[in-house]
Design a protein around this ligand. Structure first.
Ligand code: TEU
Ligand code: CA
Length: 542
């Protein structure tokens, strides 16, 4: 496989609204990110993926864009953006933008024009249908609840929106729309960005009349066209958000010979505490052993011909410690275990802001504290339909709601955790008194330094980037052990995914020393090695 600059890259995702405020208005901004570039360089990341910073009325916190080639007023100006790209480069950091082209904002000039009349030149940039017997064209539903069709009285037709009503879907069947998107992407590429994270890119090939929403017949043709007309010739990093992609479909997107994307996110682990046929807010006991099954499956399926994207957290997901680890006695051990288990696998690591210091979910006590449109709509739908009581709905949102990932970054013990000198747009997690960057940097044994060390090992040892992966099967279901081998060098990684003590027997490796561990280790005798709760370590087999 041809070597790529991003093969050994480590990506840090920033949710600009919650990272660092620089002007006291309680909202994170671009100058705030510039202020923290030293910190990101210290962590050792090479790429920053910015969640949307474009002009937006923020119905869905920036994922509803009204001008793709201008910066959201609250975040700053285009000059700030150009300064960020330049200064990040001085810190050895490249910027990846969020590409949100399944839909735009309904305040985008394209849509304002489109809804004026049926023969408006922009009409076909969106998806319009006549009423059927006075009702919605069909029963397609939106992700944030309700019908996916919204009636527009001006022209007496419905328009499609798979997210909020203020996020009308773009019509990718229209070559003029596609070219407009490619021109916009090249506008940003010419500014020196290093690639794109692509929002719900598996939906752009939709066929709403046949109720096909994802993996539509022309999807991969569109992505190949996009590749050819924008990033393909420029050697950029592209990662797709494709909730519907299993391993085989992931290969279709990411095999280099297909000229589509560099990688796609594997997010199936997020459903290990959910029911197959119920929404994300209906949860059950976590299937811990399922974690290794999913990651092993994707390693085996993709490693030869493609590349994995290794992620636990993002701005849509609850904090990993709260979901897969332990917020209490073993917060530190479980946070380190989750990092060691994931980031020694083959693929590009993605670290979400705050994950590297062990930030947790932030429960709320009243519905009025919810900001996220998905959770607000879910609370209303779950309670009004009688599926849940108000308390049950609140509990469900406290467990799975997206605001958990969006509470402001915790920098120190000053007011609002040092995020802002004003009033934060969203509540700060009160545990910032103990969980914050300053405390993490002052404690040589903190979660931060485990992340820093994992990145250093990845940079120093090609076996982590290019090594063959092999899961060891002779372990307990909740113990994940695997090797990475390359040019005669072998790493052994062992992780107890559970809070329960476990035992591992790998006599073939005898006595070894740990390169990295989340518990103090002497010589490890792998013939019979008891594992403490969430114990994990990396060994360079001698
Ligand atoms: O997310 C797609 C998506 O399906 C998630 O919205 C959804 O929230 C799911 O509940 C995750 O558990 C992308 C963006 O990441 C998200 O922030 C946007 O809201 C959405 O698309 C629309 O742009
Ligand atoms: Ca601000």
């Amino acid at each position: 496989m041809e070597r790529k600059w991003w093969h050994d890259a480590v990506v840090y995702q920033i949710y600009p609204r919650s990272f660092q405020d620089s002007n006291g208005d309680g909202i994170g901004d671009l100058q705030g990110i510039i202020q923290r570039l030293d910190y990101l360089e210290k962590l050792g990341v090479d790429v920053v993926w910015l969640s949307p910073v474009y002009r937006s009325p923020n119905d869905d916190n920036g994922y509803d864009i009204s001008d793709y080639q201008d910066i959201m007023e609250e975040f700053g100006t285009m000059a700030d953006m150009e300064e960020l790209i330049a200064k990040a480069a001085q810190h050895g950091i490249r910027i990846v933008m969020d590409l949100v082209v399944n839909h735009s904002s309904d305040e985008h000039p394209w849509f304002i024009e489109a809804k004026k009349s049926k023969d408006n030149p922009y009409r076909d940039f969106y998806i319009w249908r006549d009423p059927v017997d006075g009702h919605e064209p069909n029963d397609l539903t939106a992700s944030f609840g309700g019908s996916a069709w919204e009636f527009d009285a001006t022209t007496g037709q419905y328009y499609l929106h798979f997210f909020s009503k203020k996020q009308p879907d773009l019509n990718w069947e229209n070559p003029k729309l596609r070219q407009a998107v490619y021109d916009m992407m090249n506008f940003w590429i010419d500014k020196g960005i290093a690639g794109f994270r692509m929002d719900v890119i598996d939906m752009i090939g939709k066929k709403p009349d046949e109720k096909i929403t994802v993996n539509g017949p022309l999807l991969h043709d569109y992505i190949k066209e996009m590749h050819a007309k924008t990033f393909g010739p420029k050697d950029l990093l592209t990662v797709g958000e494709t909730w519907s992609a299993n391993e085989q479909i992931a290969l279709q997107y990411t095999k280099p010979s297909n000229h589509e994307l560099s990688m796609v996110f594997q997010l199936f682990f997020t459903q290990l505490d959910q029911y197959p046929d119920k929404g994300k807010f209906f949860t059950r006991e976590l299937n811990v052993a399922g974690i290794k099954e999913i990651f092993d499956r994707w390693q085996v399926a993709l490693n030869e011909q493609s590349w994995n994207a290794l992620v636990w957290e993002n701005h849509d997901l609850p904090r990993a410690i709260s979901e897969y680890g332990d917020e209490g006695a073993y917060r530190i051990e479980s946070a380190k275990m989750l990092a060691i288990m994931l980031y020694m696998l083959k693929g590009v690591p993605y670290i979400y802001q705050g994950q590297e210091i062990g930030m947790t979910n932030c429960p709320i006590s009243d519905v009025s504290q919810i900001d996220d449109i998905e959770s607000i709509n879910a609370y209303r739908e779950l309670t009004q339909s009688g599926q849940m009581t108000k308390q049950e709905a609140l509990d469900a949102i406290n467990k799975k709601g997206r605001d958990n990932a969006r509470t402001p970054m915790q920098w120190d013990t000053s007011a609002n955790g040092g995020f802002t000198t004003g009033t934060p747009w969203l509540h700060v997690n009160p545990n910032y008194q103990t969980i914050n960057v300053k405390a993490a940097l002052e404690d040589q044994d903190s979660i931060f330094y485990t992340y820093q060390k994992l990145i250093q090992i990845r940079k120093q040892k090609p076996v982590v980037v290019y090594g063959d992966y092999q899961m060891l099967t002779q372990t307990a279901p909740e113990v994940y052990a695997y090797t990475r081998s390359y040019q005669g060098q072998t790493l052994l990684v062992v992780a107890n995914l559970s809070a329960k003590p476990q035992m591992i027997n790998l006599p073939q490796y005898g006595k070894q020393k740990a390169l990295l561990s989340n518990y103090a280790q002497g010589i490890i005798d792998l013939k019979a090695k008891p594992l403490k709760p969430y114990e994990a370590f990396v060994i360079e087999i001698k």
